[in-house]
Write a protein that binds this ligand. Structure first.
Ligand code: GMT
Length: 378
């Protein structure tokens, strides 16, 4: 199949999922066309099966807001015609599903039918999409898609609760390429980060308020009072600076390393003992799954789709949002005893296997085929 993939090309989870999906589909013989405003961060190699088409939005002084949806829908029309794309898979409803619908309509006028598959990722529904400013357009584009998927059962339920949905939503969970998380490093260079007796705790995100970054610092502060430990904070975002200031106020700045954005997540996870994800809301928690695949247990909140990934008492523990003391208690239970830690590490790796990329990607292939057969004519 020739598949057009539309996504945000940034470090966010939806862009990562879209990119990994495209790469795996290309390995399975499909021709993939990424259509977005810059080359996706995890898309390193282009080849005969993987193409990237940039959407340009030239600055024009009249526009207070540059019309990205317009440029995207025009680009989609052009690329579908030029490369004879069979199906468009758009990740994140805003504005991608809307732009894809417009492209589909324009193509229809020319006698070309292209089905749209929309994948809902989380904040496009729970935080941004349900805002009255966007709600009608988001509901419209979900209902007009030929197939709709959500990355967790919880997100499906949120979508049905928040919008007037007439379309079927299929749950296709996020996935992981386990090969990429096999430990290729002999010593993980752990010694560069911490002393032998120190436990390494990690958090990776876009440092948005929804991640509750201050909770992470407070949890770590309490842990390091009980056992020697270091905290690795990976990512960039608005909550990073306040977190750095909080570390200074608590006098733990020498125990917390802020890495910024990193292309070496696997190396960082390789020497990590515990992953923290106390988010306010999380449709899935791809970062937690990546940690688990690297054998790192997870202490998380029990919100949204996280319980579908992190299993209570098996791959880690889950607490109510904001229950810092419970998270500290659970973290110490795992970290204080080496044999318990080893057991949780092994369990985390085992649990991650149910999200093996080779098991999940065939679902998308089946959805594309069905969408092509049943393509809604408009
Ligand atoms: O977590 C974010 O803020 C980024 C966001 C995105 O759209 O890139 O992540 C969402 O999609 C990921 C991939 O499906 C999920 O793993 C995240 O849980 C979800 N984030 C939220 O729901 C807050």
């Amino acid at each position: 199949m020739k598949i057009g993939i539309v996504c945000y090309p940034t470090f966010g989870g939806s862009g990562v999922v879209a990119t990994e999906l495209g790469l795996e589909l290309s390995k399975r013989g499909h021709e993939i066309h990424f259509i977005t405003y810059s080359q996706p961060v995890r898309l390193e190699l282009l080849n005969k099966n993987v193409h990237f088409h940039e959407v340009n939005v030239p600055e024009y002084p009249l526009f207070h807001y540059q019309p990205y949806e317009l440029a995207l829908s025009s680009k989609l029309v052009d690329m579908v015609k030029l490369h004879k794309i069979d199906v468009l898979h758009v990740h994140y409803a805003i504005p991608h599903a809307y732009a894809a619908y417009m492209a589909k309509k324009m193509l229809h006028e020319e006698g070309i039918e292209v089905p749209i598959v929309t994948t809902l990722h989380g904040t496009d529904i729970t935080l941004v999409g349900s805002h009255p400013f966007y709600k009608s357009a988001v509901a419209f584009s979900i209902n007009k898609s030929d197939a709709v998927t959500s990355v967790s059962q919880s997100l499906k339920e949120d979508t049905l609760r928040l919008f007037d949905i007439t379309n079927n939503i299929q749950v296709v969970p996020n996935f992981i390429d386990l090969e990429k998380h096999i430990n290729h490093y002999t010593d993980c260079q752990r010694a560069m980060m911490a002393d032998d007796d120190e436990k390494i705790i990690t958090h990776i995100s876009n440092f948005r308020p929804v991640k509750r970054i201050q909770d992470i610092i407070h949890i770590f502060n309490k842990i390091q009072k009980e056992i020697p430990a270091k905290l690795m904070m990976v990512g960039e975002g608005p909550e990073k600076e306040p977190a750095e200031r909080l570390c200074e106020r608590l006098g733990i700045e020498d125990k917390v390393i802020f890495f910024g954005k990193s292309h070496e997540i696997d190396k960082i996870l390789c020497f990590s003992d515990l992953f923290l994800l106390p988010s306010e809301t999380e449709s899935f928690g791809l970062a937690a799954l990546e940690a688990m695949a690297s054998g790192v247990p997870v202490i998380s909140s029990n919100t949204g789709g996280i319980p579908e990934v992190n299993k209570q008492g098996v791959s880690g523990f889950l607490s109510n949002v904001g229950d810092i003391d419970d998270m500290v208690k659970n973290a110490l239970y795992i970290l204080k005893n080496d044999s318990i830690l080893a057991e949780f590490k092994a369990n985390a790796k085992k649990e991650a296997k149910q999200f093996d990329i080779h098991k999940i990607v065939p679902y998308y292939e089946a959805i594309y085929k069905e969408a092509m057969i049943n393509c809604i004519s408009i």
